[in-house]
Design a binder for this molecule. Structure first.
Ligand SMILES: Nc1nc2c(c(=O)[nH]1)N[C@H]1C(S)=C(S)[C@@H](COP(=O)(O)O)O[C@H]1N2
Ligand SMILES: [Mo]
Length: 548
């Protein structure tokens, strides 16, 4: 290869001088595109969190809630039923203006625009956390969106010629003299690079927004359907809760657990969105009559209403993974009776729409207990996170072997042929609930004063029932019989209390222990075992301080 000394290097891709107006427009554009990234990424992330947790819709909803009455009236008078689109357009205009300013104000060394994005992010997080059903996770769409927006803003700004202030500072810190200012500062700008980076960012913003809206649409439809859902009319009602079933000891768990406080356990990263229209239960395997049940076929059946306590096998001694609800559903036993199930089939392998599987002994579904395909929980359609539109509820078995949420497939098979999700991961194949008792008050490490202290809590041994609960002070003190609440049924937990006469002589720290006896006469074992594979055992001990 030969070179001639005077050969000129190929020109830099279209280095140009940028007119001042062009530079300002380009800077403003970087701000607007970054705001688009914040909103688009926020919308996409919100799909995994909750509808309306995105910065745009959270700010919109909070603005509506916070708007003074006159503004509301003005909006309705002026835009009538278009008041929502008008509001969104208004918010979009405000955002675009602020975004343009942030792009103009951004400097490599003085990131005023990035700071503006952060401040806007703080407003978005505040608005999201203000929503009535918000959890801490609702901050995520805005936080992730703002982080992406700042990165995009910085990248786009780097394709623009350095601003006067940046060059002056760079010069000063390098000990060089700042270059003369003027048109020269806008030289060496690659139009192609600017359009590639900012166009790419704009495309990402648009795709994230469109993707987020599309993915969220089905979930929003299912939520709207659930809001219209009519709970089946039941004649076979749950027995009323007689006085004395709920002892109402302050601080103790209520007999029925409200839905928002009901524990939730599942492997779903995102709550499945399954409409009643899409829902089907395919029944196959060792049955004489395979069939597929759709929503109409299910709801033509005769429902029952029952109060049943669910428990998770992962619950530690003294833990809170148990809850009691009023369920309405369709008896599983009646359905199985119509299927001509092979007598050799001892397992019902049920599958959720998200692929999770559960193996339940067929015997527990046909022995007359109230196993059901539940559609309502505490007077509401099933909450989405508790299995909308259909889940299993089986008294006396841990959730992982019975309580399939979003259930769509039933295969009759055998325990020696099939394994369910958790069994494959080392948990038991069959798991009756272990007798458990828990102290709710006083709480661990509480301070109590001399006098009468009511120790209270709950105990469960579903489908066997609780016969006794005993409490003792100290690791070797005598056991004291607690007073049991009225039993609702053997399928629900049972409250208890014991009045502890604390004297000044007890000052110091004291240990309280509890144990229950089920109606088979079996006393809870003191032997401590971990939850895996078949549920934790051992007595709960809590330490409290007795004030002298
Ligand atoms: N689809 C599906 N159903 C599931 C699970 C799951 O991970 N996925 N977990 C089970 C377990 S381990 C328990 S304890 C119960 C909990 O039900 P809940 O979340 O309504 O309290 O659901 C059961 N049903
Ligand atoms: Mo569980």
């Amino acid at each position: 290869m030969t070179t001639t000394p005077d050969s000129t290097p190929p020109p830099d891709p279209v280095p140009t001088r940028l007119p001042r107006a062009g530079l300002l427009a380009a800077r403003a554009a970087t701000g607007i595109v970054s705001a688009g990234i914040v909103l688009g990424v926020g919308e996409l992330v919100s799909v995994a969190v909750a509808p309306n947790s995105s910065p745009f819709f959270a700010v919109g909803a909070t603005t509506v809630d916070r708007a003074p009455e006159w503004a509301r009236e003005f909006a309705i008078d002026t835009f009538s039923t278009n008041d929502k689109p008008a509001l969104f357009a208004g918010i979009a205009i405000v955002i675009a203006v602020l975004a343009a300013v942030s792009g103009l104000a951004e400097r490599q060394r003085r990131p005023v625009g990035s700071a503006m994005l952060l401040a806007a992010g703080a407003v978005g997080v505040y608005a999201a956390l203000e929503r009535p059903t918000a959890t801490a996770a609702w901050a995520a769409p805005t936080v992730i969106g703002v982080a992406a927006g700042i990165v995009a803003l910085r990248l786009m700004q780097r394709t623009l010629p350095a601003a006067r202030a940046d060059r002056a500072r760079a010069g000063a810190s390098d000990g060089e003299q700042a270059r003369p200012q003027g048109a020269g500062e806008r030289q060496g700008f690659s139009r192609r690079r600017f359009f590639a980076v900012s166009g790419g960012a704009a495309a990402v913003a648009a795709a994230a927004w469109a993707g987020g809206r599309a993915l969220g649409a089905h979930l929003r439809d299912v939520i709207a359907e659930r809001a219209r859902f009519r709970i089946p009319f039941v004649t076979d009602r749950a027995a009323p809760i007689a006085p004395g079933t709920d002892l109402d000891v302050p601080g103790s768990t209520s007999f029925v657990t409200p839905n928002p406080r009901f524990y939730r356990i599942d492997t779903a990263l995102q709550v499945p969105a399954l409409s009643t229209e899409e829902w089907q239960l395919r029944i196959h395997g060792m049955v004489g009559r395979e069939r597929t049940l759709d929503w109409d076929a299910l709801t033509r059946r005769t429902p029952i209403e029952r109060i049943i306590t669910l428990t998770c096998v992962s619950n530690e001694v003294g833990g809170s993974l148990a809850g009691n609800a009023t369920w309405i559903g369709y008896p599983i036993g009646d359905l199985i009776a119509e299927l001509d199930v092979d007598p050799d089939a001892d397992m019902l392998l049920s599958t959720s729409v998200d692929g999770f599987t559960v193996g339940t002994p067929v015997s527990a579904l046909t022995d007359g207990r109230d196993a059901m395909l539940a559609v309502a929980m505490n007077g509401e359609p099933l909450p989405l996170e508790h299995g909308y539109p259909v889940r299993q509820v089986v008294p006396g078995l841990y959730g992982f072997v019975s309580a399939t949420k979003w259930v769509v497939d039933w295969e009759f098979t055998r325990f020696d042929r099939a394994q369910a999700y958790w069994t494959r991961r080392g948990w038991g194949a069959e798991a009756p609930i272990k007798t458990a008792s828990r102290i709710d008050v006083p709480s661990a490490f509480a301070t109590v004063t001399p006098g009468r202290v009511r120790v209270a809590g709950t105990a469960w041994a579903q489908h066997r029932g609780i016969a006794a609960v005993e409490v003792r002070v100290g690791q070797s003190g005598p056991w004291n019989r607690a007073t049991l609440a009225r039993e609702y049924s053997v399928d629900t937990w049972r409250q208890w209390f014991w009045d502890w006469d604390v004297t000044a002589a007890d000052a110091g720290s004291a240990t309280l222990q509890v144990r229950a006896t089920d109606k088979d006469g079996v006393v809870q074992t003191p032997e401590r075992t971990p939850p895996i594979p078949g549920g934790a055992t051992g007595w709960q001990s809590i330490v409290v301080t007795v004030q002298g």
